[in-house]
Ligand binder design. Structure first.
Ligand SMILES: [Fe+2]
Ligand SMILES: [Fe+2]
Length: 219
């Protein structure tokens, strides 16, 4: 599949873009009116936790695997700027992680939600320009002319394995990835997971753990 890698990168961006918007909008409403019940609070915190984990894993995979490879074959992209953006996001990611830890420790919303929203605002301010640059330089067309289908498949599998090793917990992050995508994109992303993930883990074994995230996910 010649289009595999460009499509994978685009889908990860779509997931993170949607989740940033959902997390900021719904979080602002909860900051004004509090969480309606414990399950919604749990779902929101899980959703934010999965977003932060997926975002970190995506940047690490780009820095460690994708960019070194692309530098050889797509030399004109502004790698220094892109890597600096990743580094500039670290303090906001750390603040957001700490806010989520406060939530998981049972602190009242006033002690963590404002901090989380402030950190997400800082992430959001960098994110959109950052992915616009990436998508201009690393898309189906540019990757298709720089890497053979075999090379794309190899790098795509390495990126997927790297992201799965460096994100978690799986029972939150995998459903989060799948259900922040519309059905056609979801089917394409599902092909990156072993069959047991789609047939057993997401729908059965992990179901109760990720169910509270449903109000924030796509059907
Ligand atoms: Fe990036
Ligand atoms: Fe990216």
């Amino acid at each position: 599949m010649a289009e595999a890698l460009g499509g994978d990168l685009l889908r990860i961006h779509r997931i993170i873009t949607r989740a940033l918007s959902v997390c900021r909008e719904r979080g602002s409403a909860f900051a004004r009116a509090d969480f309606p019940d414990a399950s919604t609070r749990e779902g929101y915190v899980s959703y934010a936790r999965a977003l932060l984990s997926a975002l970190r894993a995506h940047h690490d995979a780009e820095d460690e695997l994708a960019f070194p490879r692309f530098r050889e074959r797509i030399p004109d992209a502004p790698y220094d700027r892109l890597e600096r953006d990743h580094a500039d996001l670290v303090p906001a990611l750390t603040a957001a992680d700490e806010a989520v830890e406060g939530a998981l420790a049972g602190l009242p919303a006033a002690a963590w939600l404002g901090r989380l929203l402030g950190a997400l605002d800082r992430i959001d301010r960098l994110w959109h320009d950052h992915i616009a640059i990436e998508e201009e330089h690393f898309n189906v067309r540019t990757i298709g002319s720089a890497l053979s289908p075999e090379e794309q498949g190899e790098l795509g599998r390495a990126l997927s394995a790297h992201a799965q090793q460096h994100s978690g917990p799986d029972y939150l992050v995998v459903p989060f990835l799948l259900h922040n995508l519309e059905p056609a994109d979801r089917a394409a992303m599902a092909a990156n997971f072993p069959p047991i993930v789609m047939q057993q883990l997401v729908p059965i074994a992990w179901k109760e753990k990720w169910a509270p995230m449903r109000p924030f996910l796509l059907e």
